[in-house]
Design a binder for this molecule. Structure first.
Ligand code: SAM
Length: 406
């Protein structure tokens, strides 16, 4: 078996250990045999680099299996799909262990070396599928859709597709081609789910040990995507992302790690992705938040009016950006602070002066002039401010706009 094929036995070992644990999340009675010694040995090497005990359950792989079990059953039942396609099926045994609705055909696609190992074991264990199971021996970097349709898949009917534990092993051009082919064969109204890693997993110091181990085993991880929603939207999929540890994946106290919000940049992450293609590409792109938004201060989202001045706010890209326009004679303590019952502004500002000049005057006596063309950071220390000279003062504020003059 090729090293990449053998990764399926590593995942089977993880499923065997979950199955044999107290209160398992799922039961896969075939997993131990399908994993074999090779699977358990790969499991042990990948566990040890993360400091985990060799035969302890792997929370990520257990949660992934359970999440995708539930997601695909729910999609099939609510969507009325009669076709399921498991791409890179490996030692997946959902054809045997899930209760599929009557009349369902399930296609398992993977390479020949994988099925040469898997099929005799299932036969020996007298495994009996709960659906019409069809094996498709094909390379997913080649023309796999022809093999799929030859096996009886009907591209005119929508289907549910799984891509579990695959994309990280492929080169980017192969991922693109695979997703193009998937879009071509998935009728409008189809559903898909899978898991992906982000780019930081491939470069982070935290994952170096794992990456080196996989490289040494001959099955390196090669591909990650920063923002799965917009990546798959290009292929017409309207997707939702779930992270292990999110409330929906809290199957008991399984995920013992902090869940760092997605807004925190540069974190290595693994995502579960589910989506459907019931809209066109443009709508999917827009839903993924990848459209360009243009706004103008002439049409602000909010205006704060004061004597001798206005402060307009536009909200964009998660930021509140303000434009201050003050007439000569404007002074913060008189025209803003008085109405608030305050004599000093305590808002931190980062901005740029567009025209005119004004001061930032601190209690220690420092009076700083802010002049046209200057970028400023005014700390949250109490300060007053006034316009200098006879020219109106205009500045743009990138920080502090939401709290200002309020
Ligand atoms: N989806 C299964 C699971 O989660 O248990 C197997 C995941 S295993 C980590 C990766 C699988 O991807 C292997 O079964 C391997 O054979 C398959 N795979 C990788 N590259 C492939 C390719 N070019 N064509 C077909 N299958 C491929």
């Amino acid at each position: 078996m090729t090293p990449i094929g053998a990764t399926s036995r590593w995942i089977a070992a993880a499923r065997a250990l979950e199955t044999e644990s107290d209160e398992p999340l799922f039961v896969d009675p075939f997993a131990r045999d399908l994993a074999g010694d090779v699977g358990f040995s790969m499991f042990a090497s990948t566990q040890s680099v993360s400091g985990a005990v060799g035969n302890a359950r792997n929370p990520y792989l257990s949660i992934r299996t359970k999440f995708l079990d539930d997601a695909i059953l729910q999609a099939v039942r609510s969507g009325g799909y009669t076709q399921v396609v498991i791409l890179a099926a490996g030692m997946d045994t959902r054809a045997f262990r899930l209760q599929w609705p009557a009349g369902l055909t399930l296609f398992e696609v993977d390479r020949d070396d994988v099925f040469s190992w898997k099929e005799p074991i299932l036969e020996r264990l007298k495994a009996s599928p709960t659906c019409d199971r069809r094996v498709v021996r094909a390379d997913l970097t080649g023309d796999w859709t022809a093999a799929l349709t030859s096996a009886g898949f009907d591209p005119s009917r929508p289907a549910a597709f799984l891509l579990e534990g695959l994309l990280m092993y492929l080169r980017e051009q192969d991922v693109e081609r695979l997703l193009e082919q998937l879009s071509a064969v998935a009728a409008r109204g189809s559903w898909f789910a899978g898991d992906v890693i982000n780019d930081q997993v491939l470069t982070s110091a935290f994952t170096t040990g794992m990456l080196k181990t996989l490289e040494a085993l001959g099955c390196p991880w090669r591909f990650g995507m920063a923002h799965p929603e917009s990546y798959v939207a290009r292929f017409g999929w309207n997707a939702t992302v779930t992270m292990p540890g999110d409330p929906v994946t809290q199957y008991g106290p399984r995920w013992a790690f902090p869940v760092v919000p997605r807004a925190v940049p540069n974190m290595p992450r693994m995502f579960f992705v589910t989506g459907s293609n019931d809209t066109d590409v443009a709508t999917a792109m827009s839903a993924a938040g990848v459209e360009v938004i243009l706004k103008r201060f002439e049409e602000p989202d909010e205006v704060r009016v004061m004597v001798k001045g206005t402060f307009e706010i536009v909200r964009l890209g998660g930021m509140a950006i303000g434009r201050a326009t003050y007439e000569p004679g404007w002074k913060w303590s008189e025209h803003v602070g008085a109405a608030l019952g305050q004599s000093r502004c305590t808002v931190e500002h980062v901005g740029m002066v567009v025209s005119g000049s004004a001061t930032a005057a601190f209690d220690d006596g420092r009076v700083i002039e802010l002049r046209a063309g200057e970028l400023f950071h005014v700390p949250a220390a109490p300060h007053d401010s006034w316009v200098i000279g006879n020219e109106p003062y205009v500045s743009i504020h990138f920080l502090g706009a939401d709290r200002y003059a309020k």
